[in-house]
Design a protein around this ligand. Structure first.
Ligand code: URC
Length: 302
């Protein structure tokens, strides 16, 4: 006999752009472009096992809800909107026991015109996005994390890779000067014990904690990448995690997942030319992929 082990459903790729107008100067605006996914779990088994659709809140309704709630509520920062949406679905439908919200915020940056940041004109100055994931259960349990993704960086010196394991399969030459490039993918899990309850997400949002955490992650990532003479992706990403934990008290642990996007020296010796570390080709694939999660050491109780 088959049985339903697990299920969830909802709407993905619900997109909106919301405009925020300054109270005193409506021409002065902010925008938030988002892509939202909401998945519901709960008492929906019969819709799978008995073709009984009666418990199904249509995914179309889920989409309408996201848009109406985006119109009628504050969506800045996206952690706040994720909390609002998950509470909405739990409170409105008694057979929903859990909600997973995933929001991607796309980048729009104001730019200068005639020496002054323009009030309502934006440029896309990078493909990097901010993401938040909130999983909320009817019993109050929640898990909140945010992510900085697709921030592509490259340094043309100040990175090496030596003293690695060498065996009969090794062809890699050690180097003290190489190109280091990656697409930053960094996730920070918030400490739900420290946050307390989902209601406190609104308070932390009001205090600017989520925006500040993103700014700190971004600055630490870029500063470490630039300033450290990197001995390896592994060592540099660990240091980034540890810097973030030092200055972000609400962060429980940090994960980086970094492709090592190889740039390989052209061999021009056939032409009698020394390359001198100036001419590389970007290797489309394969790439290294290096991940780590760093948490806080638990202090022993005396
Ligand atoms: O920083 C690096 N870490 C590795 O694990 C590795 N492996 C490799 O071939 N090059 C590199 N670089």
């Amino acid at each position: 006999m088959a049985y339903l082990q697990d299920s969830t459903y909802g709407k993905d790729n619900v997109k909106f752009l919301k405009v925020k107008k300054d109270k005193f100067n409506p021409e002065k605006q902010e925008v938030l472009e988002a892509t939202v996914r909401v998945l519901l779990t709960g008492n929906f088994d019969v819709s799978y096992t008995k073709a009984d659709n009666s418990p199904i809140v249509p995914t179309d309704t889920v989409k309408n809800t996201i848009l109406v709630e985006a119109r009628t509520n504050d969506v800045w920062p996206i952690e706040r909107f994720a909390a609002h949406l998950s509470e909405h679905f739990i409170n409105k439908y008694s057979h929903v026991s859990g909600v997973d919200v995933h929001i991607t915020q796309h980048k729009w940056t104001k730019y200068e015109v005639n020496g002054k940041i323009h009030d309502h004109s934006f440029k896309k100055d990078g493909e990097d996005v901010k993401i938040t994931d909130l999983s909320f259960k009817r019993n109050g349990d929640f898990k909140l994390s945010s992510t900085l993704k697709d921030l592509t960086v490259l340094k043309s010196t100040g990175s090496g890779f030596v003293n690695y394991n060498v065996c009969d399969y090794t062809t890699l030459a050690p180097t003290n000067d190489r190109i280091l490039s990656t697409d930053i993918d960094c996730t920070w899990n918030f400490d739900n014990k420290k946050i307390g309850s989902i209601k406190n997400i609104y308070k932390l949002a009001d205090q600017g904690i989520f925006d500040q955490t993103l700014s700190k992650v971004l600055k630490i990532t870029l500063d470490r990448f630039a300033l450290e003479n990197s001995p390896s992706v592994q060592a540099t990403m660990y240091n980034m995690c540890s810097d973030i934990l030092d200055v972000c008290p609400y962060v429980y642990n940090v994960t980086y997942s970094l492709p090592n996007k190889h740039y390989i020296l052209f061999d021009l010796s056939w032409k009698g030319l020394d390359n001198d570390n100036v001419l590389f080709y970007p290797a489309a694939n394969p790439n290294g992929l290096i991940k780590c999660t760093v948490g806080r050491e638990i202090k022993a109780k005396l």
